[in-house]
Each structure stands twice: as structure tokens, then as C-alpha cells.
Design a protein around this ligand. Structure first.
Ligand SMILES: Nc1ncnc2c1ncn2[C@@H]1O[C@H](COP(=O)(O)OP(=O)(O)OP(=O)(O)O)[C@@H](O)[C@H]1O
Ligand SMILES: [Mg+2]
Length: 236
């Protein structure tokens, strides 16, 4: 059984049908990427999984449990954490306080400390900046903080919505390399990206979305070589 099984997922915003019956799976230990043009429904898919948006039909099973019947907090508790599009760190708080907020549903102080050390290992800059007001971080640093905060909940499945958006090329590389490290540390990743080339290069599998539907899926490297993908997303 896959860790995450999405069946015939539909999501409407009023009369707008954002998701029109999506089927996808994420297996434990994978990086799966979801790519597609603006407005295809990528963020809506992640918001449906994390409980930010109510679904209109279908199923979202996480280790066999129906996520769409839970509230967003319980979804974090069972092990699914989302880094939303556009970061959204807590501006009035320090870097460390932001990270601590990510662990607010956890009790064990020792384990929380271990997670903090792991986050600092992935993102050493956050340790250097731990006392600084989060609002004063650069865009790239805020992205790292948002990812670090999500990791503080010790998720089994991490949902990332365009982590490379607005970052300088050198930082894009390092963010993708950290995503691979996060997978190596045992966290499964569902990655939404506009940067199809980078996403496909680190993904085990990929799904391509167009106007609320999955139109293509396969192994990351295979899709990278496919003519359709080259034309539509890789400028080939
Ligand atoms: N809150 C909302 N109310 C109404 N329509 C919405 C809402 N959120 C998204 N939509 C619409 O649903 C569709 C899918 O949006 P979504 O944000 O999921 O796309 P996306 O693939 O993440 O795009 P992008 O790459 O630009 O982030 C779009 O047509 C969008 O206009
Ligand atoms: Mg989006």
C-alpha cells in the first residue's frame, strides 16, 4: 500500500473546478514531484492533502487513514506537514521561535531538540540567525526557515510548494540538494515545482498536471527525456 493514495480527488472553488478527479500515489521514501503550468491545480492538490481546503469529492488516504475527514491540526499530528507557497514565516518572532512553533504539537523536549539539531544541520545559517527577527531574513533564508519549521513537526510526509520560487540559481541548487538530504534522512517528499528540470532531476517519480487533471506520469528521468515534457516545460 502506498503511503499516500489519492483517488478521484475533486476540489471546487465555488463554480471553479480546480481539481477534476486526480489519481496519484506517493510511496514511503520517495520524492514525487508535481509539475504543470500556472493555474493547473498544483497548490490546490497540496492544500487538499494538508486540509487547508475542503475537497469536493474523492479520497485522500494517508497510511490508510482518510485525511479529508480530519482537521488541519490532526493532519499534522498524523505526520503530514506543508510548506506553503510564498513561505509565510511568523514575522514578529525570532528564527528560533519560528522553528519552535513547528513543534507545537510535540511533547518530548529531547526529541524536539534532536529535530532542531537536524534542522540546523540542513540549514546552518538558521543557527547563526537563531535570535534574529525572522522578518529580517533574506528571501532565501525565509524559504529555509519555512522548510525548517515544517521539519520541526518531524513529518513522515513533507509537502513543498515551489521551494525554489524567487531564489538565486546558486540557492536553487542548494535547496534541491537539501530536499534530497531530507529524503535520505527518511522523510518522504511531495514537491510542487515550476522548475521542472531541477524537480525531475531529484524526483523518483513525477506527475504532470494540466487544468485540474493529471495528464502524464512516470519515472523522473524518463519524463525528463520525453519529447512532450521537453517541449512544454523544459524549453527543448
Ligand atoms: N481560493 C480560490 N478561489 C477561487 N479560485 C481559486 C482559489 N485558489 C485557486 N483557485 C483557482 O484554481 C485553479 C488552480 O489554482 P492553483 O493555485 O492550485 O494552481 P497552481 O498549479 O498552484 O498554479 P501556480 O503555478 O500559479 O501556483 C486556478 O485556476 C485558480 O485561479
Ligand atoms: Mg501554486
Amino acid at each position: 500500500m502506498a503511503m499516500l493514495e489519492i483517488k478521484k480527488l475533486e476540489l471546487n472553488y465555488g463554480v471553479i473546478k480546480a481539481l477534476k478527479g486526480i489519481d496519484m500515489e506517493v510511496n514511503q521514501g520517495e520524492i514525487v514531484t508535481l509539475i504543470g503550468a500556472n493555474g493547473a491545480g498544483k497548490s490546490s492538490t497540496l492544500k487538499a492533502i494538508s486540509g487547508i481546503e475542503k475537497i469536493s469529492g474523492g479520497e485522500i488516504l494517508f497510511n490508510g487513514e482518510e485525511l479529508s475527514k480530519m482537521n488541519a491540526q490532526d493532519i499534522v499530528k498524523v505526520g503530514v506537514s506543508q510548506v506553503p507557497e510564498g513561505r509565510r514565516i511568523f514575522a514578529g518572532m525570532s528564527v528560533l521561535e519560528n522553528l519552535e512553533m513547528g513543534a507545537y504539537l510535540r511533547k518530548d523536549a529531547e526529541e524536539i531538540k534532536e529535530s532542531l539539531e537536524l534542522v540546523y544541520k540542513h540549514f546552518p545559517i538558521l543557527k547563526d540567525r537563531s535570535k534574529q527577527n525572522a522578518a529580517t531574513l533574506s528571501g532565501g533564508e525565509q524559504q529555509m526557515l519555512a522548510m525548517g519549521r515544517a521539519l520541526m513537526s518531524k513529518p513522515k510526509l513533507l509537502l513543498l510548494d515551489e521551494p525554489s520560487m524567487g531564489l538565486a540559481p546558486i540557492l536553487v541548487k542548494s535547496i534541491f540538494s537539501i530536499i534530497s538530504d531530507i529524503k535520505e534522512q527518511g522523510t518522504t517528499v511531495l514537491l510542487v515545482e515550476q522548475n521542472a528540470r531541477m524537480a525531475l532531476s531529484i524526483a523518483d517519480r513525477a506527475y504532470v498536471m494540466e487544468t485540474g487533471k493529471i495528464v502524464l506520469s512516470g519515472n523522473g528521468k524518463e519524463l525528463m527525456d520525453s519529447e512532450e515534457i521537453q517541449k512544454a516545460y523544459l524549453g527543448g
